[in-house]
Design a protein around this ligand. Structure first.
Ligand SMILES: [Cu+2]
Length: 367
């Protein structure tokens, strides 16, 4: 029924438009074609001017109303973000001047130089100087802007400093998971077939690899040190996600099977930002920047930027996943207590049986 109504409305609309067009044609015949054409021309010229004024006001109004939503992020909280902000500013200034200039001339001239009986048309086919000017000037401006961009791009995507803290970031529908390499500074090996949420191995760490034994696993939230470079090693378990860091002005795709990296130095602590924004609940956000499914908008992670002392204190309170798992496995007599730390209720009794199961799985796929 609804479809029929929509169809009927469309048909009626078509008939009405057709009839109006026909009626105006008859009117123009009665009035005289030439006169009508001139009149329409005048109306169109005036409408172009109206379009310019309304359009320019629209541009101003959108900035005025929505600009806050962007600017509320405050000044950038990372060193790279300052470069990005600077680049956006210069680009907006250059394109803004060109936009206002060209649009004003385009619509104003259409109005001012509309058809007139008092004026003969000046035939102006070609001018080398002008062509050179409007080719060379934009080329120079664009080269400068792109040059800036390339230099910044290499700085942002280039190798991280040797003293950078490393954090592995893994996206999946619909959450962020993190891993710190622990005291040895080395990430243990992982294998995607080892991913086993039920047995407390969400990243698929290979427990036989001793480098895994001190790796710290975090879900949803990470801690960074202010003024200390951090390198993110980014991956995904299912589809393509993207690590979006609006306050740091950075983003990088999280691709299954192809690790990507991103490094930056946070320059303001969370406390600094609370003071700066006046928002007591301020928290740095990791937003998924790649449409990844139904829960995409809720795929949120949090970053706490703090001083080295605060970070060390927090890190000292963290237990490696391996230790957590061992402890849960060593306490089979008290399943209620174990269930608190480990998601797995009917899980294998020992860590050894978990690794054995993982190894068996690998063997079966190797055949
Ligand atoms: Cu996502």
């Amino acid at each position: 029924m609804q479809n029929f109504l929509i169809f009927a409305i469309l048909i009626l609309g078509f008939i009405i438009t057709f009839q109006i067009a026909r009626a105006s044609e008859f009117v123009s015949v009665i009035r005289g074609e030439e006169k009508t054409r001139k009149q329409t021309n005048k109306i169109n010229a005036a409408l172009l001017l109206v379009f310019l004024i309304v359009g320019m006001f629209g541009v101003y109004w959108t900035q005025h109303t929505l600009g806050d939503k962007i600017l509320k992020l405050g000044t950038s909280a990372s060193d790279h973000g300052i470069l990005v902000d600077r680049m956006i500013k210069y680009t907006l200034i250059a394109t803004g001047i060109v936009f206002v200039g060209t649009q004003t001339l385009l619509f104003w001239y259409s109005f001012k130089y509309q058809e007139s009986d008092k004026r003969t048309v000046y035939y102006f086919p070609h001018n080398n100087k002008l062509e050179l000017l409007w080719t060379v000037v934009p080329a120079i401006v664009l080269t400068i802007l792109i040059g800036f961009g390339i230099v910044y791009w290499y700085r942002i995507t280039g190798a991280a400093p040797a003293n950078a803290m490393q954090i592995e970031v893994t996206g999946s529908q619909f959450k962020w998971e993190f891993r710190y390499p622990g005291k040895d500074g080395v990430f243990g090996k992982k294998y995607y077939k080892n991913i086993d949420e039920a047995n407390d191995n969400p990243l698929g760490q290979i427990w036989e690899d001793a480098a895994n034994h001190d790796d710290i696993y975090e879900s949803g939230q990470i801690h960074l040190v202010v003024g200390k470079p951090v390198k993110l090693i980014i991956g995904a378990k299912d589809v393509i996600h993207s690590v979006g860091l609006p306050h740091f002005r950075l983003k990088m795709d999280a691709v299954p099977g192809t690790p990507t990296t991103l490094w930056f130095t946070p320059i303001k602590t969370t406390k600094d930002m609370i003071k700066e924004t006046g928002n007591g609940k301020f928290v740095y956000e990791i937003a998924c920047d790649q449409m990844c499914g139904a829960g995409h908008t809720g795929m949120r992670g949090e970053i706490i930027v703090e001083t080295q002392e605060e970070f060390d204190q927090w890190m000292a309170s963290q237990k490696p996943k391996y230790v957590q798992m061992k402890e849960a496995a060593a306490a089979p007599a008290a399943p209620a207590a174990a269930a608190k730390d480990s998601v797995a209720a009917p899980a294998p009794a020992t860590a050894d049986s978990i690794t054995a199961a993982g190894a068996a799985k690998k063997d079966s796929t190797a055949k």
